[in-house]
Design a protein around this ligand. Sequence first.
Ligand code: GCO
Ligand code: MG
Length: 405
Amino acid sequence: MKITEVKVFVCSPGRNFVTVKIFTDAGLYGVGDATLNGREMAVVAYLQEHVAPCLIGRNAHDIEDIWQYLYKGVYWRKGPVNMAAIAAIDMALWDIKGKAAGLPVYQLLGGKSRKGVTLYAHASGETIEDTLDKAEQHIKQGFKAVRLQCAVPGLNVTYGVLGDKADYFELQGSRPLPPEEEWCTQKYFNMIVELFQQARARLGNNVHLLHDVHSRLTPIESARLGKLLEPFGLFFLEDASMAENQDNYKVIRQHTTVPLAIGETYNTIWDCKDLIQNQLIDYIRVAATHAGGITALRRIADFASIYNVKIAPHGAPDLSPICFAAHMHLNIWAPNFGIQEFVGFGNAHSARIFKHGFEVKDGMAYLNDAPGLGIEFDEEAAQEYPYKRSYLPVSRLEDGTVWNW
Ligand code: GCO
Ligand code: MG
């Protein structure tokens, strides 16, 4: 089955998505997600100029060989642009293989390990009360796990919480230049413990609670936060600190038993190898789109399983529904699946472009048995939503120093 064409699309139904579609001489095609939030066009150019020409005429069944060819063949291995491109090709090839076999991708991975995928929802508010109101709404809808983020009194805007509550989540499609946000660790500490104290008092002990620090603390500050949050039994604390230096997590781990999760910005197994094999984390949050696709995530999941680390794939809205589909198949199969972040499937515009049959009920997501990834990309609808340059925010300390967003 020969690859005949590789098309790359970029559309913006509210936010930018990069999609790859691979066609074969068997009449089968597959789709993949290559979205790199804020740097989309770098991946588009890379795919069009440097990847697509190498694929024409290759056997679409050779997923592993093509993966290795693109990874090793580039010489300048790793990196977010390169790995997002490889990821999209890889997803599309798994989609094709599934369609050729008449089987959903999870069957090709080894079959189902569970009925459905447990999701966590986001509750983000301007005040603690507002955040907990939102958490209660999710719990009423059946969610068993909720991530809590709250504005920090005294700071203008911070990650996860924006003024426009209707569309607070990293408001996209409208940022021709990076907006600036503020950070102050002391002010954050004043709020965060109170948030979880009130959450347990109001929501009880049966719901799983999570929180994303978004890498804004130093390791020793994260260690302190972990200790302070221990009484509230978090499911996990995400991105407590940056881990470009993976030893940072040794500091945190020495001090606290709060379960730790990291990985959404990682591109390869090498970025998380030391964290996993030294058991410095509990959940690895790599995304199929940013870490080399299904082939790479399967390898990371297997490696992690040896060290009791579970997968909890990144599920932000800047990953397209095609990435969500890839995660669904991995999550249903992986013996060491932990939890899946979930913020819905985007707006009505993106629903016109990405068509899928996933069911979400009582805080769980279910796959149907459609062959391949089970998701369609409508090329014509996509053309109605042209690319708009849009950046992620940049963060500064109150004295003006650039900080981690
Ligand atoms: C999350 C992430 C996202 C990222 C976003 C950047 O946990 O969902 O932290 O909110 O900020 O994916 O593009
Ligand atoms: Mg995060």
